[in-house]
Ligand binder design. Sequence first.
Ligand code: ZN
Length: 88
Amino acid sequence: MHSKKYLARQKRRIEERIKRCENVVRGRRLDASLKAEKVLPSQRMALSLLKSGKYGICIACGESISPERLEFVPAALRCVPCQTDAEK
Ligand SMILES: [Zn+2]
């Protein structure tokens, strides 16, 4: 289980990323905007998982996502093997 402090920190980091993406979407650069629009749904989903206490659990296999991965990608929804599968 993650500590409340850790979850609060990750929530802030995800919210910051969502805000940044929303700004890019509103911006003039179409290529960047399309990219940002693509990642927004997963970031929002990570946020809702965090609120429902399921943060850090892979949505594909139900295993815990490694802390290193969550540190690097706070809005990660899948563990590394499942993410690799999803991208194939
Ligand atoms: Zn998984």
